[in-house]
Ligand binder design. Sequence first.
Ligand code: FES
Length: 99
Amino acid sequence: MLKTRHDTTDKVSVTINGQKVEVPARISVAAAVLSVRDGATRTTPVSGDGRAPYCMMGVCFDCLMDIDGVPNRQACMVTVANGMVINPQEGASRLGDGT
Ligand code: FES
């Protein structure tokens, strides 16, 4: 489904929704999530419907995730790093207190 434009021999280990996986280094968190699960990154605060990355360039905000304990991160704008913990964002997160 997804094809990278650079060498993918380098890997990093990340945990996505509790599942430890190896993904190509230097890809975005959104690309990593799309490559290993159904692509859902968050649920909406109002209806609870699932959302997935759409624009992959920081415009739509459909890729908000909790990354290393920090909510409201745009997964398409963050590069994966070894040991990173990535979780979907369920509904709205409050600002400033990390929940
Ligand atoms: S996919 Fe649109 S802002 Fe990340």
